[in-house]
Design a protein around this ligand. Structure first.
Ligand code: PGA
Ligand code: ZN
Length: 410
């Protein structure tokens, strides 16, 4: 039973204010969660804070916390419904999605502590689990890095041939390191600058960035599409100009019509044998996503801003086969309950899940458990920096449990 709840203002990895919530069960079992936040935020995501003020979420928690005292901390549905009584807006604009996020996950963690069970097992009734493949950010730009960096937000790597979680993590890290070496050699003025998620952020055009990423994999003896594969988060909504009806690549200096964007993404997918392509078109271009999904059935054509972890939007996407992969970011949905409903719908329809961090993070590692419990194929957690490594380290710790058998198959 929940015996106390405390909220406070803290700071995320970008130095912005956020909230943390403590939930204590039976006076001693602590669940503690600090809310992350995005930089390339989807139009239809839950609103992080009422009027963008974290303090308002804390005030609301203060006024309403009595309603949660005495509830069973493992009863996610009742906790969710209690939140929904307080905020009936579709996007949590009254209490803030961050509060829904932190409170529901903290309650679940507190229940896990009380039951002496790892959190992923509280969230899933399955008896065996597979590790999601870590998807690491090796190089990037866009909304996550400064001027002169590639327009493409993230070039990603995934050790698709790895046998165990340590191997998968080490392979990603070695490729990131190798990319750094190539960049330093190529440009002696390269400062080792990195974007918000730990990937390198050099002054480069998109195609040069992709070439270097592929070269790093090959130099280490990996065959692209076999032991390791590349992925791209195009985050195309950041390029989309609604007035012009074009994708504007400011840094590279060109523009794409919607048709040209499909060909642009297709040529990158083919040339670099991508296993993963996220938001290759803008967040409302469902039909264009369908074209790509049909064209590349073996590639994870994934929606992030397109779906915003929203079950209703996912249903619409499923109807027209807009994607075969879905990013799961709990704070896009709001509460953990909302996110698990989304996961259920995705799994039922063979839309493969990729549980993901946000670019502004904390050192929490609950998403590693959520990735396992939702049968996610990949875990997208950046690459280095304490707040990124924390999620990977948690996966390694969990390898001490016998319940997790091998790596997910895409
Ligand atoms: P965000 O970026 O957390 O800044 O939204 C991550 C992504 O677009 O996948
Ligand atoms: Zn994205």
């Amino acid at each position: 039973r929940i015996t106390s709840i405390t909220g406070r203002i803290l700071y995320n990895s970008r130095g912005s204010k956020t909230i943390e919530v403590d939930v204590i069960s039976d006076e001693k079992y602590l669940g503690r969660v600090c809310a992350p936040s995005g930089a390339s935020v989807g139009k239809h995501e839950a609103q992080s804070f009422p009027q963008d003020k974290p303090e308002k979420s804390i005030d609301i928690l203060q006024k309403n916390k009595k309603k949660f005292i005495g509830l069973d901390s493992s009863d996610l549905k009742t906790i969710h419904e209690t939140l929904r009584d307080i905020d009936q807006t579709p996007n949590y604009s009254k209490i803030g999605g961050s509060l829904a996020f932190a409170l529901t996950i903290a309650a679940t963690e507190s229940a896990a502590r009380a039951l002496e069970t790892p959190m992923f097992q509280i969230l899933s009734k399955d008896s065996t689990f597979r590790y999601p493949l870590p998807l690491g950010n090796i190089l990037g730009g866009g909304a996550h890095a400064g001027p002169g960096t590639p327009d493409i937000q993230e070039i990603l790597v995934c050790a698709t041939g790895s046998k165990n979680i340590q191997d998968a993590i080490e392979t990603n890290l070695s490729i990131h390191k190798e990319v750094g070496k190539i960049l330093a050699k190529r440009d002696p003025s390269f400062t080792n600058g990195r974007g918000d998620e730990g990937g390198w952020a050099p002054k480069l055009k998109n195609d040069e960035a992709l070439e270097i990423s592929a070269k790093a994999c090959e130099q280490l003896g990996f065959t692209l599409g076999k032991e390791v594969s590349l992925g791209v988060d195009f985050a195309s909504s950041t390029q989309w100009n609604e007035k012009k009806k074009k994708y504007v690549y400011n840094r590279a200096g060109f523009e794409n019509t919607p048709e040209e964007q499909i060909e642009f993404a297709s040529s990158i997918i083919k040339k670099y044998k991508l296993v993963y392509a996220e938001d290759a078109v803008h967040e409302e271009a469902f039909n264009d996503m369908s074209v790509l999904t049909k064209r590349f059935p073996r590639v994870l054509i994934t929606g992030d801003d397109l779906l915003v972890t929203n079950t209703q939007i996912l249903k619409k996407a499923i109807k027209i086969k807009a994607c075969n992969g879905a990013i799961l970011k709990v704070n896009q949905a709001g509460s953990l309950y909302d996110a698990l409903e989304f996961a259920k719908e995705a799994n039922k329809n063979n839309v493969r899940l990729i549980t993901s961090h946000r670019s502004g993070e904390s050192i929490d590692s609950h998403i590693s458990h959520i990735g396992l419990a939702t049968k996610s194929k990949m875990l997208k957690v950046g690459i280095i920096g304490g707040e990124r490594i924390a999620k990977l380290n948690e996966l390694v710790r969990l390898s001490e449990y016998d319940l997790i058998r091998g790596m997910a198959e895409i």
